[in-house]
Design a protein around this ligand. Structure first.
Ligand code: AMP
Length: 587
């Protein structure tokens, strides 16, 4: 891995710090409980913005950072915030952390432009604070004021909110910011674009001057600089962006990105894999957990994927690599850390399941394909909010990333038909058809010769056709611009036949290719599924047995696990087809 290219600047002057080798979370000075929290989330190493920001924030200094969404900046400010609150509470033996009444007072404040971001940041804070006892509350417009007031009365350590709603609470005196020790302005340029400049100033003035302040923004327009000058004290300036790579370093790679909403990423990846038919490929993920879950999903859908991450022992990794080299596996699903140092030749494709958090990581990843003069392909799945990261990668690499649309079911069918045509052509050129010519001749006496040929093509084609469970991946909603971004997020359209159980959990319906005629009874299905998949019968929903097939509902979260387990099992002594019912939730 090349050294990190995040450049830290002090008052506009580059610091003397050299680009660092990748460090570990444990080296950043964070409390052990926080290191444990991120490790258990599957993070293997800090991203550049985390490496740069965390030590500075821990030292108590103000920060002015230019960094885009998707770079890991939430953890970059939330982790030190939690650390500092824990530290203070410990040294002041609760005197600071709680009022005389024993109630918590708000000591951390994060201002964000939108309701969605408030929810996301609060959720992330909650995850990182697990085990730390720190309480976080999101405050945004459109939600019940009364509930928010009650939660504030119970006491919270960290508030994450939109400026408008925070101001409402300040005016009603339901929120007191005098004890805020650490204040973060996240996506500050967006907040200005949305007309929150004055609200921000009012909120800043409602806090004590002794607070520590960090401002994160993708861009630094003059108005933002002026706010920073007035409200930040001698901030450490940072620009988290890659440097221009050396000429000739960039491989010849076709680069494509697909913008897909998170819930549809696994389905989109499968569609793209089918369309591209890579001979050997790596799919890069951000975390170990993502690696494991993607491997499970892909294998349940018939791919041959193997996991490779830092949590595996050297022996396991070598075994995986051996299977990959001997073509027993076609796909490696890996984190950056695990793939580092691997000498893998001849990758036809590199997939980025997430946009890498810095351009350097992107360049490093895609450099694994397109070697030895061959053209490689790098495909990135980006969530709509990660568009900006793609642009910053383009700026650094000075290469265009083409934005494609996820292949449709119709595209795939056309591609498969083309494959059939190509193999028939090859067959015709190879000759040696005498032994089957007699079949054609005898049928030609009865049917038109073109119809005979068409029927033969259909037969040949059906062998490579999928089983009809494919559905199109919905295009993401266009990004909402300007003030409307603070409106409630549009409800995501669920696939029509997706279901929820009475408690609102997603349910998947599985199709099993045996029914009444094969003597199948509900007890057989329950027995087979619970035994094979190791789940409880209470997890099973409705069971429907038709003459030739059965349908069983299971929680969406374990659907792929059940399919994988049942593929190896028998029902009434017979191997049976099992798959997601084509009318059920797409995975
Ligand atoms: P953010 O830029 O804060 O929105 O983070 C983008 C995504 O990166 C989130 O899904 C985080 O969970 C994930 N993430 C943050 N830090 C790391 C890390 N060090 N390693 C892996 N994933 C991370």
């Amino acid at each position: 891995m090349r050294p990190c290219k995040a450049a830290a600047h002090n008052k506009g002057m580059p610091t003397s710090r050299q680009p660092q080798e990748p460090s570990r979370f444990a080296d950043l000075g964070l409390a052990e409980s926080l290191v444990t929290a991120v490790t258990s989330l599957g993070y293997e190493e800090p991203t550049p913005v985390q490496r740069e920001t965390i030590p500075v924030m821990l030292s108590g200094r103000d920060v002015l950072a230019q960094a885009a969404t998707g770079t890991g900046k939430t953890a970059a400010f939330v982790l030190p915030m939690i650390h500092r609150l824990l530290d203070e509470a410990r040294t002041a033996a609760t005197a600071e952390g709680r009022k005389a009444s024993g109630r918590r007072v708000t000591r951390g404040l994060v201002l964000v432009p939108t309701r969605e971001l408030a929810m996301q940041v609060a959720e992330a804070t909650h995850k990182y604070a697990r085990g730390s006892g720190v309480v976080v509350l999101p405050l945004y417009g459109g939600a019940s004021m009364l509930q928010q007031i009650r939660a504030l009365e119970r006491g919270v350590d960290i508030v994450v909110g939109t400026p408008g709603r925070i101001l409402d609470h300040l005016r009603r005196r339901s929120l007191d910011l005098q004890s805020v020790r650490l204040l973060v302005l996240d996506e500050a340029d967006e907040m200005l674009d949305m007309g929150f400049a004055e609200d921000i100033e009012t909120i800043l003035e409602a806090t004590a001057e002794s607070r520590q302040t960090a401002l994160f923004s993708a861009t630094m327009p003059p108005r933002l600089r002026s706010i920073a000058e007035r409200h930040l004290r001698d901030p450490q300036r940072m620009t988290i962006a890659g440097e221009k790579p050396a000429a000739g370093k960039l491989p010849r790679v076709r680069q494509v990105a697909y913008v897909v909403a998170r819930p549809h990423k696994a389905a989109a990846l499968q569609r793209v894999l089918d369309m591209e038919s890579p001979s050997a490929a790596i799919v890069f993920c951000r975390t170990r957990l993502e690696v494991d879950s993607l491997v499970e999903t892909l294998n349940a859908h018939g791919y041959r994927a193997e996991a490779l991450h830092g949590g595996m022992q050297q022996r396991q990794r070598e075994a995986v690599m051996a299977r990959f080299r001997s073509a027993k596996a076609d796909l490696l699903i890996a984190t950056d850390v695990a793939a580092r140092g691997l000498d893998i030749q001849q990758l036809s494709h590199v997939f980025n399941y997430d946009v890498p958090s810095d351009p350097d990581a992107y360049i490093h990843r895609i450099g694994r394909t397109g070697r030895a003069g061959r053209e490689g392909t790098a495909i990135t799945l980006a969530e709509p909010r990660e568009h900006r990261l793609l642009r910053s990668i383009e700026r650094v690499t000075r290469q265009k990333i083409e934005v494609g649309t996820v292949p449709t079911v119709a595209d795939l069918r056309a591609k498969r038909l083309e494959l059939t045509r190509a193999s028939l052509r090859e067959r015709l050129l190879a000759g040696d058809l005498d032994d089957v010519r007699v079949v054609v001749e005898s049928l030609a006496a009865e049917f038109d010769i073109l119809d005979v040929a068409a029927a033969a093509v259909k037969l040949a084609h059906s062998s490579i056709q999928a089983d009809g469970e494919e559905r199109d991946v919905p295009a993401p909603a266009p990004p909402r611009e300007g003030p409307s971004r603070s409106a409630p997020p549009a409800r995501r359209e669920r696939p029509q036949s997706s279901r929820e159980d009475t408690e609102g959990h997603a349910v998947a319906r599985l199709y099993i290719g045996a029914g009444r005629e094969a003597g199948v009874r509900a007890g057989d299905l329950v027995g087979a599924i619970t035994n094979e998949a190791g789940i409880s019968s209470r997890d099973l929903g409705a069971i429907e047995i038709a003459d030739r097939f059965s349908l069983v509902e299971v929680p969406e979260s374990i659907a792929d696990q059940v399919v994988a387990a049942m593929r190896k099992a028998t029902l009434r002594g017979q191997k049976v087809t099992i798959r997601r019912d084509k009318d059920a939730t797409a995975s």
